[in-house]
Design a protein around this ligand. Structure first.
Ligand code: UT7
Length: 323
């Protein structure tokens, strides 16, 4: 009997804007303090994009690095999925701008809107396309410029977000090696749409589109829903938290990350945390963290990595990946 086809992680890449903005610098702009931000969120700094650093520009840079790491060329890519809430334009999709920038002439592409859960949603779609035999390599990119949609008159939200991009290159593998995406689990509850949303258009039309969040309400749902999604991934694969080498969570708030880690009984030494450096980069946060922890040698081939995210929608989900 032939082995089931799996989507394996061939490479990751990321891009952060050059400009770093510390909490102290935010405190010069709004009525806040380094102490408040650090204590309530764990955030110490964020990157803010320059005008040329759009979702497409940053996504293309991250994708180039993922391709280089995988030793693959743009022509090898069959599809590009870009998870973003801040596209360069309403259309064409950010994905086709990235396709053009890379010269990925054999790829089709589209954007995916699932807010902070977008990368997990993208992985799930890519996994299905690869398993179905539709394509043999997919770039899943999260790229966000939240600095263009945050409301600098709202200190409760503007200190929380940053800009950046991360990319994962998935490729079909029939070898039966055991590596690859083991399962993905997606959820949504549109009845909670009003606790986290962006009014109006996004991307370049920054003056009309602002992020609105009831932080306490989102927080209340986050730990419970994320722990459930994580348990779903474990149960589906007959695994326990002990089997997990790394948790790479969406990076919204250190207290949420700690809460999920505690519920799982995972020591924090096995949780990748970047929220202190990047703040919340929405759909980009997981691929940014994954890339960082692979490049600095923490995440090793053969290890089991659990990903989870929750965001506007509400949307949430998890994915289990054997490197
Ligand atoms: O990625 C998408 C998912 N998003 C999330 O997961 C975010 C979830 N929510 C959170 O992370 C937290 O709810 C926040 C970090 C947004 C807020 O933390 P909190 O502990 O829930 O604070 P709070 O909203 O209850 O506000 C507490 C106090 C308030 O003052 P009073 O009413 O107690 O006098 C706020 O006005 O903190 C005040 N406050 C601030 N003070 C200084 C709110 N923002 C700030 C600020 N600086 N930036």
């Amino acid at each position: 009997m032939s082995e089931p086809r799996r989507a394996v992680l061939a490479g990751t890449g990321s891009y952060l804007p050059e400009q770093i903005v510390t909490n102290a610098q935010m405190a010069e702009r709004v009525d806040t303090s380094d102490e408040w931000i650090t204590e309530r969120t764990g955030i110490r700094q964020r990157h803010f994009a320059a005008p040329h650093e759009t979702a497409a520009y940053m996504g293309a840079e991250a994708a180039r690095r993922a391709l280089a790491q995988a030793g693959m060329t743009p022509a090898d890519v069959g599809a590009i999925i870009v998870a973003t809430s801040t596209p360069d334009q309403a259309f064409p999709a950010t994905a086709v701008h990235i396709q053009a920038a890379l010269g990925a002439k054999n790829a089709f592409g589209f954007d995916l809107a699932a807010a902070c859960s977008g990368f997990i949603y993208g992985l799930s779609v890519a996994d299905a396309m690869i398993r179905a035999g539709q394509v043999s390599a997919v770039l899943v990119i999260g790229s966000e410029v939240y600095s263009r949609i945050i409301d600098f008159n709202d200190r409760g939200t503007c200190v929380l977000f940053g800009d950046g991009a991360g990319a994962a290159l998935l490729r079909a593998d029939d070898s039966g090696s055991g590596a690859g995406l083991l399962s993905t689990h997606l959820h949504a509850d549109g009845t909670l749409a009003d606790i986290l949303y962006v009014d109006g258009a996004t991307g370049q039309r920054d003056k009309s589109a602002y992020l609105v969040m009831n932080g306490r309400e989102v927080f209340r749902h986050a730990v419970t829903l994320l722990a459930a999604a994580v348990n779903e991934a474990l149960t589906t694969n007959n695994l326990t938290p002990n089997d997990i080498d790394w948790l790479v969570p969406h990076q919204a708030n250190r207290r949420i990350i700690d809460g999920v880690g505690r519920k799982l009984g995972l020591p924090m030494g096995r949780v990748v945390v970047t929220v202190d450096q990047h703040a919340n980069t929405s759909a980009a946060s997981i691929p940014l963290a994954l890339d960082l922890a692979r490049r600095d040698g923490r995440i090793q081939p053969g290890q089991l990595v659990l990903l989870e995210a929750l965001g506007g929608g509400l949307t949430w989900g998890s994915a289990l990946l054997r490197l």
